[in-house]
Design a protein around this ligand. Sequence first.
Ligand code: ARG
Length: 471
Amino acid sequence: MNEDKLAKEEVNSSWGGRFSEPTDAFVQRFTASHTVDRRLYNEDITGSLAHAAMLTRVDILTEKELVDIQDGLQSVKEDIEQGKFEWKVALEDVHMNIEAALTHKIGIAGKKLHTGRSRNDQVATDIRLHLRSAIDDISIELTNLQSGLLSLAKGETETIMPGFTHMQVAQPVSFGHHLMAWFEMLDRDFDRLQDCRKRLNICPLGAAALAGTTYPIDRDFTAKMLGFDRATRNSLDSVSDRDFAIEFCSAASLILMHLSRFSEELILWTSAQFNFIDLPDRFCTGSSIMPQKKNPDVPELVRGKTGRVYGNLTSLLTLMKSQPLAYNKDNQEDKEPLFDTIDTLKDCLRAFSDMVPAIKANKKEMYESTLKGYATATDLADYLVKKNMPFRDAHEVVGKAVALGIKQGIDLSKIALEDLQQFSMLISNDVYEILTLEGSLNARNHLGGTAPEQVKIQIEEAEKRLVAERR
Ligand code: ARG
């Protein structure tokens, strides 16, 4: 293979000074990253514009050189966006490709741009800028999904469904309450993203290769110009730190873990055995062999994609494990897992925020299913406790009543009073009201409880929070 021979091109003009032969062609391809990191072109140009402005401010570049660099970078950007840019493997990455193209366009001023910086602080800056805007987009998508949950929950506060523990019917709950549990998970996810953004939003530019630079640079100026809260404090840490990418992938893993849990429930609920909800046809697909099928592909795929996001987190943690200070080429491998996480997370959130408001609850099926699992057994025990029976004894009485219900094939609320009274004479006619599903729900009327009145308060407060905190 040609590739195994030495590269036809000259030694790399960006660092080839001390080399006596060009890089091996295979090594060139193996070490290059432009196919992946070209995605950072915009951030790379933004960072260079700030760096050039700073160099001008401290009299390292002239005003004329700055204008040349600004015009040149603008023209490079247009070339890239119009698909006219020629990416060269010999120039390794996005940084050297852009710098070489700039120099080709404007000459000597282009060669001065790299004064007082290194690709090490440059790439660390680019990734931070890229991830910052990704987090902002993802936060909007997350908020959309939360709004969708609120609008669905509003109409379902009185809808009764079985609440499960161990996947066995436990107690009746409001469907709105269940939806608001999902909302809470996403609320924590949102906070985690903002927290990650805080630690991410500091500027490594000026750390240069690892030790800083001999030029009188103004790091606060570039940090401010790029919208960072401040400059980083230690040059070694600046070029080697990828914690922010790991934190993001960890926050993303939690979001996907949550989405996989929603997915799992949606998938179960659309099955004929549950039939609790309908997903609109546009989110499902059919089978090429079984004409009756309507498969919940979107939630299934989201559940599946959770795996690759966990994988990306593991990749990054392992990539950074045991790396000595400061920059190492290993770090070039940070981008694929990070970019894939951003893209996957965005798509999954988008799919969910489109789908969730369109979920249709089959209220009758949910209600009937709740009647099947002796979901009000705890209410009967609480009823006896309120009539002064110790809870353990009440538990025993209700257990016997449930066994009778199973034998007779009926719900607790359908067992005759005389039959119930053989277990305890404390039971009287007023028991039937508390044995209804509605009675059970309404009785849990406290902060965080499932009574529709409480769920409505929960929704209202969540709505206010979204309006006040997310503009
Ligand atoms: N492409 C490199 C990366 O993504 C940029 C930094 C390279 N620095 C170096 N000294 N080779 O990490």
